[in-house]
Design a protein around this ligand. Structure first.
Ligand code: IVH
Length: 706
């Protein structure tokens, strides 16, 4: 295969013409040559917009415009499959499963790092380097300090700026070709940006999963009865080495670049400038980098990074010190499999011992039962921990965790702490193994377990308060119906009083209120005004777009991205409800497991009754794709601040996005409009200082309705 790129399209030109790119020629009427040219342009333009969206967080076109370009690219590829380019973004959804990974020899070895565990070790590292270079102890050698990301290393080969191959580290000499999987990662650019890109380049970096994405993935796995991953690193490893790239494409994997090997020219002289180049080419680089001139400053930054550790969205297990000057690095060379110029300074594991006071079983929105250990509060790595998820029955049995046990818990930077081990020697003599309940702890319905699936579920459906309240909570949440003022406490009361037990009931509360004894306004904690506010908040939401409606139903596995894909494809709720398995599976981001969840969800009579009832109460609008070329806000950045009286934040955001604007959360010089509600504080002040255009809510509403 020929990997050489035809002439690169300059970025400036691309930006000017990106909106005009959608050719008018129907795909069926394209000649082969026209198709090849258009596919080249589309891959360039889509790569550029991926870069703007994922790396610069400054999209230049709306999702709708991006989708249109993407769909056009796909339609042309479907007509001319042999013209599909290696850098086409359609590879991001995953190629066909491979029987096994082929081996790849690294052109430059992928080394590992020696470890330092104490300040003395770091001091020794520096002294060794100075001795090796024949420098005196007083001489300064600048080092870069970088966080050590806890993921898996990968190497990405680029030829003339184009991604051609990606591999695991393997034994350092030879890894496995996981190109199809790596291509699905948004943070792996398929085409590099900028002009000073070496012709033949290997990018080295770490594939990882954020803590939040790991939690969501694990929750889904538990609900499906699949064993949860122990930590984000294992989740990333498991996802990266899947033989079916279409499954990898659904896993939220990310990539931080920390170095490169060039087989042609090397534009950089220092590690610091390597990081700058990586960023310019379109990679994500850790922002927690420091350049230090002595060991004391290096240790200072180690401590700074350690103190930030718990709050970082991803896991790190230490820092890496690297001699900054690449000519010194070359002189230092390697010892065994590790370079002399770098060392990893590991954090001490954050573990603590405490006692399990109680094991409680919680019921989630879809009825899945999750056991949770209530712990005697203990400090772990600066955070007070009093609960730990025990995931499921299998996990408790495997570790034989009992009430009264002394356990070792760990917060490996994790948001949710884990029970690592039981200190059996400290077990009370009268302790008994935990028995998983056979009836729901909330509603006493029978607990069911599908054969072959680990998760146990309550069979109570809407009659189970936990499930019903969680379903309603999800239904009113911000990305769903966005009904204000209905928190968990109110919804629990509504359930107990028989006022609302399903999302449909919420739309009937006002109509039925006079039949309820006593009516809502006469109940404890309520009054005429409070009841009126809730009725009004619900009444404002009789119109909803199809994607939000689908999301609001709380179908297992279906988040707002999938809901949008379904809404865009099927256009009506009826069509979604009757879609056969093969049509669902053909959609981007929908795998067999999710398709089956959808089919099962719509097969349930409770759910069908709910949807049919809702359809009578509300108006479901198809997804709009507005032409916004003429809009005042196209391409502009808008910040909302303060309390808006007429609009919910979600609606204001949707309005802005429909008009082609980008909504940001912080005010900067790049902000075009700041819309202020009441009680606007710091952001309003910043906007005034920067002399930005400030709009009141009224003015915003007037302008968007022009
Ligand atoms: S430099 C010579 N920098 O830690 C090896 N590694 O054994 C070059 N890692 O497998 C590695 N964050 O995948 C380097 N900022 C960072 C890193 C990092 C994580 C991983 C790397 C390697 C392991 C070290």
């Amino acid at each position: 295969m020929d990997f050489r790129l035809p002439q690169q399209v300059p970025m400036s030109e691309m930006t000017d013409r990106h909106t005009a790119l959608l050719s008018e020629t129907p795909v069926d009427a394209l000649s082969r040559e026209q198709a090849a040219v258009e596919l080249l342009q589309l891959s360039r333009v889509l790569a550029y917009h991926d870069h703007c969206y994922y790396h610069l967080a400054a999209p230049e076109i709306t999702d709708g415009m991006y989708d249109a370009l993407y769909q056009r690219n796909r339609a042309i590829e479907r007509r001319f499959p042999d013209l599909r380019r290696i850098d086409s973004p359609t590879h991001r959804v995953g190629a066909a499963p491979a029987p096994e990974f082929e081996k790849v020899k690294h052109r430059k070895p992928m080394l590992s790092l020696d470890n330092a565990f104490s300040e003395d070790d770091v001091q020794d590292f520096m002294s060794r380097i100075k001795r090796f270079l024949k420098l005196s102890e007083q001489e300064k050698i600048a080092c870069i300090v970088e966080p050590k990301i806890d993921g898996l290393s990968a190497t990405l080969h680029y030829q003339n700026g184009q991604f051609v191959l990606g591999a695991t580290r393997g034994d350092g000499q030879e890894g496995e070709n996981i190109s199809a999987n790596l291509r699905t990662l948004r943070e792996v650019p398929l085409v590099l940006q900028g002009d000073a890109v070496p012709e033949s380049l290997e990018i080295r970096g770490e594939v990882y999963m954020t803590k939040a994405d790991f939690e969501v993935l694990n929750q889904k796995r538990i609900e499906l009865g699949e064993p949860p991953f122990a930590n984000p690193r294992n989740a990333a490893a498991g996802s990266l080495r899947l033989l079916d790239p279409s499954i990898t494409a659904q896993r939220p994997l990310r990539f931080f670049a920390y170095g490169y090997e060039s087989l042609s020219n090397r534009p950089d002289q220092t590690q610091e400038s390597i990081l700058i180049s990586l960023k310019r080419w379109g990679f994500r680089v850790s922002p927690l980098i420091a350049l230090c001139n002595d060991v004391d400053t290096m240790i200072y930054h180690y401590n700074v990074i350690q103190s930030e550790r718990a709050g970082l969205p991803y896991e790190i297990d230490g820092v890496v010190y690297k001699v900054n000057d690449l000519s010194l690095q070359a002189r230092l060379g390697t010892v065994g499999r590790a370079p002399r110029h770098s060392i990893a300074h590991k954090f001490v594991a954050e573990q603590a011992e405490t006692v399990v006071d109680l094991i409680d079983v919680q019921v989630g929105r879809t009825g899945v039962l999750t056991p949770v250990a209530h712990l005697r509060p203990v400090l772990v790595g600066g955070v007070m921990v009093s609960r730990a998820s025990l995931h499921n029955d299998d996990e408790i049995r495997r570790k034989d965790i009992r009430v009264g046990d002394t356990v070792i818990i760990q917060r490996a930077g994790d948001v949710i702490p884990q029970v690592v081990d039981v200190v059996v020697s400290k077990r009370p003599i009268d302790s008994v193994s935990f028995v998983f309940p056979t009836t729901c702890p909330v509603c006493t319905s029978v607990v069911v377990q599908t054969p072959g699936i680990v998760a146990r579920r309550c069979s109570g459906g809407f009659s189970c308060m936990a499930q019903a309240v969680e379903r309603m909570r999800h239904f009113v949440s911000r990305d769903a119906f966005d009904i204000e003022g209905l928190g968990e406490r109110h919804l629990q009361s509504f359930f107990n009083w028989g006022i609302a037990r399903t999302p449909l009931d919420l739309f009937l509360i006002e109509e039925r209120n006079h039949q309820v004894i006593p009516p809502l306004e006469a109940r404890e904690g309520w009054g005429v005004k409070a009841a009126r506010n809730v009725f009004d908040a619900i009444n404002k939401r009789h119109h909803i777009t199809l994607d939000r409606f689908i999301y609001a139903l709380g179908i297992p596995q279906v988040g707002h991205v999938t809901a949008r894909v379904l809404a865009q494809h099927f256009k009506t709720i009826d069509a979604v409800m009757t879609a056969p398995l093969d049509r669902l599976c053909a959609l981007e981001g929908v795998g067999v497991i999710m398709a089956n969840e959808l089919i099962q969800f719509f097969a349930s009579s409770d759910n069908r009754i709910l949807i049919n009832g809702l359809v009578e109460q509300i108006e479901i609008e198809p997804l709009e794709t507005l032409a916004f070329e003429d809009s005042l806000f196209a391409g502009k950045t808008v910040v909302f601040t303060g309390t808006l009286e007429k609009l919910s934040r979600a609606e204001a955001k949707a309005q802005a996005e429909r008009l082609g604007a980008h909504v940001a959360s912080t005010v900067s010089r790049k902000t075009d409009y700041v819309v202020v509600g009441t009680d606007a504080g710091k952001k309003l002040k910043q906007a005034q200082e920067l002399a930005l255009t400030i709009l009141t809510e009224e003015q915003w509403i007037d302008m968007v309705s022009l």
